[in-house]
Each structure stands twice: as structure tokens, then as C-alpha cells.
Design a protein around this ligand. Structure first.
Ligand code: ZN
Length: 137
């Protein structure tokens, strides 16, 4: 199995988890567009959203509001974008369906910046903060 997200889901590769249940996980994006950029990922491997049974698409998106709520509370962001890329042409980097939650800050403006590389410490500190907000969400 070579899929990065499948390896994260089975804990073969470490990631900064902010949420998990029987069917989905949420982790910090290692290459955030903005501080707090998180991913909601179904445990079951599908490459694109069009490969998924509609019930699984519904289940995936049903997880997004509570994770987004916690991300926004923890980061103090002013808004957020939800993104879901399918195929290389759409800038899908990992071929395993995932939903991006990208916090936005009025001080930064609405143009998309380049992705940065977050430090492990920064990601874990933020993940811990978001996990706490998940419990109260
Ligand atoms: Zn996978």
C-alpha cells in the first residue's frame, strides 16, 4: 500500500491528528496555505469524489462543519474556505479523496498565497488546540 493517506490512517506514517472516528480522520496539512489548514479524510480509499457512493460523499461532508468550527475557534480566523480537488489538473496532490478546510484572515487578504512548510512543533501545538476545541464543539 503506497497511498500516503492510507498509511497515515493506519498509523504507519505520523501526522497531526485533530479528529478521528470509525470512518473519518482529520489532520493538519503539512503544507498549509494559511495557519490552521486542515484536511478531513475518509478512511476508505477512493481517488476522486466521483468514485465514491453518494452516501459516503454525504458522510464525508457531514464531518466538515464540526472540524471547521474547531479550527476557526482555535485559530481565531475570520473565515474559511472548503476545497476539494480531483485530479492532477485540479492540483490534487494525494490521490485519496480529502476535503481542505482553509482558515482565512482579513489581515492577509483574499489572494491565495503559496503554500508554506509548517514546523512540526507549530503543527502539533495547533493540533492540540484544535482537539480541545473539538471536544467543546
Ligand atoms: Zn488511500
Amino acid at each position: 500500500m503506497t497511498c500516503l493517506f492510507c498509511q497515515i490512517i493506519t498509523r504507519k506514517i505520523p501526522a497531526h491528528f485533530i479528529y478521528e472516528d470509525d470512518t473519518h480522520i482529520a489532520i493538519m496539512d503539512k503544507y498549509p496555505i494559511h495557519r490552521g489548514h486542515s484536511l478531513v479524510i475518509p478512511r476508505k480509499h477512493h481517488e476522486k469524489i466521483t468514485d465514491m457512493p453518494v452516501e459516503e460523499v454525504s458522510a464525508l461532508f457531514s464531518k466538515v462543519p464540526s472540524v471547521a468550527h474547531a479550527v476557526i475557534e482555535a485559530t481565531g480566523a475570520d473565515g474559511f474556505n472548503i476545497g476539494q480537488n480531483n485530479g492532477r489538473a485540479a492540483n490534487q496532490i494525494i490521490p485519496h479523496v480529502h476535503v481542505h478546510i482553509i482558515p482565512r484572515y482579513t489581515t492577509v487578504g483574499v489572494a491565495w498565497p503559496k503554500r508554506s512548510i509548517a514546523s512540526e512543533k507549530e503543527l502539533e501545538d495547533l493540533a492540540a488546540k484544535i482537539r480541545k476545541c473539538m471536544k467543546s464543539a
